[in-house]
Structure formats: C-alpha cells, structure tokens
Write a protein that binds this ligand. Structure first.
Ligand code: ADP
Ligand code: ZN
Ligand code: MG
Length: 481
C-alpha cells in the first residue's frame, strides 16, 4: 500500500522594521550582544508595551497578498511559558483573534498548480537568542548558554497553512513562493540561513483515500529550501515505515539534522491549553478600519505571480521568469538592463547563467551586487557589436561583479577588447600564411579543413582577441588573392 503524505507549514518571518514590536529599541543584528535592549524587551516589571504600527501594516500587506480577510478587530494574547531567552515568561502573540484569516496561495509545481489554503497570518514577538557552548551546539551536553536579548521583541509574523500539501516538492514550492512574496513586499530580508525566515513543517501519513488526518509530527530546524524538502522526504519515509509495520506514530516535535540527513526527536509537543493563553491586559484590542486596509491594498507592489507572467510575455522561459521574479535583486537588474536597451532574453540568459554562477562561486548575495542594469546592457552591447568575444565577456562580467568598474573599463584594463582594426588582423593572417607555406598551398588546393588551422594560428597570435568569424572570412579572401 502506498501512503499519502499530508503537510502543513508554519512560517515565521522576522519583519524588517526599524524598531521592535513593543518598544523603541532598534532592530539591528550587527550590534554587540545585549546592546539593543530596554525595560520592555527585557521584561522588567512594570514596563508597558506599545505596538509597532509599521509591523501591523506589513502584516496586513502580507495578508492581502495572500488573499486573506483582514479582521476589523483582532487582539494580542499572552502565551505563557518559561524559557531562558523569554525574559517576561510569556510571549505576546495573537491567538484566537489573529489579524488575517482564510487566504490562499497558488503554487506551481512542475506543470501543476496547487492552491494552498492560508489559515492565518498573525503577529507576535521574537524571543532572545540562546547560544549553547560545548557539546553539539544544542542544549544537551552544553557546558554553558549565552543569551543575547537584541532579538527579544523583534516583530515576528507567522503564516500558517492548511494541511493542503501532499509532497515535499509542493512544500518547497510553497516556501519559495511565500519567500518571494515577502521579498516583493519588502517586509523582511527573508534569509533562511540567518533565521529571518523559519519554516516548521507539520507532516503525517494516511492510507490513500482516507478522509481523516494521521498523527502529525512537527519538523524544525531547516535552514534552506533544500533542507525543508529533504527533511520532509526523510520524515515521510520514516512515518511510512512505522505505519506499514503497524506501529504507532508519536505526536512530537523533531529536529532536522542537516549533516546526518535525519530527523531526531525533540520535546513532546505542548497542547495550546498548556500555554494558558489570555488577552494581553496591557494592550487594547487592534482595530483596522476599511480606509486603513484600502490604503495598504492600494500600495501593494507587483507580486511574484504577475511579475513572472509579465517576464514570460517578454519571451523568457519559465525557469528564468521564476528566478528573476523571486525578488532577490536580480529582477531589478534585469528590468533596468531592458530599460537601457538590452535584449530581454539575452539579459535573462546572462543573469540566470553567468551571474548566478559567479555569485555562488564567490558566496555573494544577489541583492547589492556590483552589476547594475546599465552595466549589463553595456556588456551585451559590446558582445553584439563584436567588441568582446563570448569568453572575454565572461571575464569582463566577473571583473564587474568583483567591483573593478564598468564593463568598458574592465575590458580595457584587462586588455580584452577584440582587435577590430582590419589592418592588424590582415597582418596577423599574412604572418600566419608566411609561417606555414605548405598548409597555405593545401588550402589553395581546396582543403577547407585548413581554414580552421589558420584561424587557430591567428587567434593564438592575437591572444584570443580576434573575432573568429571575421578571421575566417579574411583567411578565405586572402587565400583566394
Ligand atoms: P498545533 O496546535 O499543533 O499547532 P495546528 O492545528 O495549529 O496544530 O496546526 C499547525 C500546522 O499543522 C498547520 O499548518 C496545519 O495545517 C498542520 N497540520 C495540522 N494537522 C496536521 C496533520 N494531521 N498532518 C499534517 N499537518 C497538519
Ligand atoms: Zn526594548
Ligand atoms: Mg498551532
């Protein structure tokens, strides 16, 4: 029997506000530990929270982008639990009255489209950050813990889906699409490796055709889209093996171990009643009126889906459109290059090919790269005009990406411009003929293979800076004289 996997994803998004959720401390992860703190985010007695309006706006914008209903009245609650990095002993979160409910996100997986229901989008605050010293880096076997409260109180948005996904690929595609939306809206830098975007995947298996859901396991600690997919694939295999052996699947939280490629049991899962939620008495309920919501709706930027469609209509293939619409910054370069006169397909080719490969090699992030649209257009124009060979253009591009300057400047500095001077090329051809009289005689006798031989000689003599097409034409003409 083949079992069906059922997946629901909970996503935490750290919002890129200037200040924290309930106090004026700056959100800045480059600061020394425990320097962006105050009585509110340290949980000192008597300190009172004040909500961050920008975080509310950002959450409403995400809710609208996901087709959610924006609740006119929502509320913050206290979620009570003790942990060393939670100084108040409770987290202010939204519980039974969240800001956004009931949306849907269409996700493309291969040729199919899956509609993933969005249960809710709510606001909460992040905890401090614990670092466990010694042992594996986890709390077990650690010798000491360091706690940095700079993250305590940073606005955190949570997006919860319905259990609508059926495969690890679908979950990954959902996660990628949500990330693209968050980037398009500019509400977070959405970096998985740095934890500003965190996915918890809930997964269960059931016999095919069953209408009831199986017992779910929550998997945490995946810090890339790839590990989200791998963790789910592993977990589905593990649960399927248990189910086939007739064994019980325990409801629990498990951690993904990236190096070992397995999930490992963590703590047993709390029930929501364990948290003793109650309305936060220090905050008034949140009211969002129609005018406020409409104003945010009117300011929504182009979302990744429509942007992909627009790129497709410019002649890009599906994969290039997906990559450039993902909001990583390459889309902006693409648009500017096209505006500066570049051919869309050529610009997309260079960006998704050479540029992505170079960024990967040099471990650079796509946002803030040294290549702007005008520079890309300049490079493409040089290639089209025969001033740069394709190989030389790659070298020039690498130079531009490494901050050496504009394409023309890099090409000149590295002496990569093609020799366009007809006199110089003719001289190189005549030199090659002079050095190889036997081959010239055979060429004149009709052996066309020798054109390639002479092109090779000329390219060698010019350090690869001649246009091979022009050289071969010249060889034909000169040999016939
Ligand atoms: P909890 O109370 O454990 O947080 P929720 O009902 O709030 O559980 O659901 C959390 C996430 O788990 C949601 O994304 C939901 O779609 C998903 N989920 C719930 N039940 C299952 C299940 N049986 N299998 C897979 N995912 C599930
Ligand atoms: Zn503070
Ligand atoms: Mg829940």
């Amino acid at each position: 029997m083949s079992w069906e996997a059922v997946i629901g994803v909970e996503t935490h998004v750290e919002l890129r506000t200037a200040s924290k959720m309930f106090c004026g401390c700056p959100v800045d992860f480059s600061s020394e530990p425990n320097t962006n703190v105050c009585p509110v985010c340290l949980g000192l007695p008597g300190a009172l929270p004040v909500p961050n309006e920008r975080a509310i706006e950002m959450t409403v914008s995400v809710g609208l982008a996901l087709g959610c209903r924006i609740a006119a009245d929502s509320e913050f609650s206290r979620k009570n639990y003790f942990y060393a990095d939670l100084p108040k002993n409770y987290q202010i979160s939204q519980f039974d009255r969240p800001l956004c409910v009931g949306g849907s996100l269409e996700v493309e997986v291969g040729d199919a489209t899956v509609a993933v229901g969005i249960t809710r989008v709510h606001l909460e605050e992040d905890t401090g950050k614990s670092t466990h010293l010694g042992g594996s880096g986890r709390i077990h076997a650690a010798e000491a813990a360091l706690i940095d409260f700079n993250r305590s109180g940073v606005p955190l948005m949570e997006v919860v889906t319905e259990p609508d996904m059926r495969s690890p690929e679908q979950a990954r595609a959902y996660a990628a699409e949500l990330r693209a939306i968050v980037l398009a809206l500019g509400v977070s830098d959405a970096r998985l490796e740095e934890g500003s975007l965190r996915f918890d995947a809930n997964v269960s298996v059931r016999p095919p055709g069953a209408s009831e859901l199986g017992v779910k396991v929550e998997v945490k600690n995946m810090n890339s889209l790839r590990s989200l997919q791998r963790a789910l694939a592993y977990e589905i295999d593990r649960q399927t093996a248990l189910a086939e052996a007739g064994e019980r699947i325990a409801q629990e939280t498990r951690h993904w171990d990236e190096a070992a490629g397995v999930t490992k049991p963590g703590r047993s899962k709390e029930q929501s009643s364990d948290y003793r939620y109650f309305p936060e008495p220090d905050l008034v309920p949140l009211h969002v009126d129609d005018e406020y919501r409409e104003r945010i709706a009117a300011a929504l930027p182009e979302l990744p889906g429509p942007r992909r469609d627009r790129y497709r209509s410019m002649g890009l293939d599906a994969e290039a459109a997906r990559l450039l619409a993902a909001g990583d910054g390459l889309g902006g370069v693409f648009e500017d290059a096209v505006a500066a006169g570049a051919d869309p397909a050529a610009a997309a080719n260079w960006l998704t090919g050479e540029v992505v490969a170079h960024l990967r090699r040099t471990e650079q992030e796509p946002d803030g790269i040294e290549l702007d649209g005008a520079a890309l257009a300049e490079l493409l124009a040089m290639v089209a005009a025969g001033e740069l060979s394709a190989t030389a253009a790659k070298t020039v591009l690498a130079g531009v990406l490494d901050g050496e300057g504009r394409p023309r400047v890099v090409a000149a500095a590295r002496d990569l411009m093609q020799i366009d001077d007809a006199g110089a090329l003719q001289a190189a051809v005549i030199d090659a003929f002079g050095a190889h009289p036997d081959e010239l005689a055979r060429l004149r006798g009709g052996d066309q293979k020798l054109i390639g031989f002479f092109v090779g000689r000329v390219m060698l003599a010019t350090g690869g800076r001649a246009d091979p097409r022009k050289v071969s034409d010249l060889i034909r003409t000169k040999a016939a004289e």
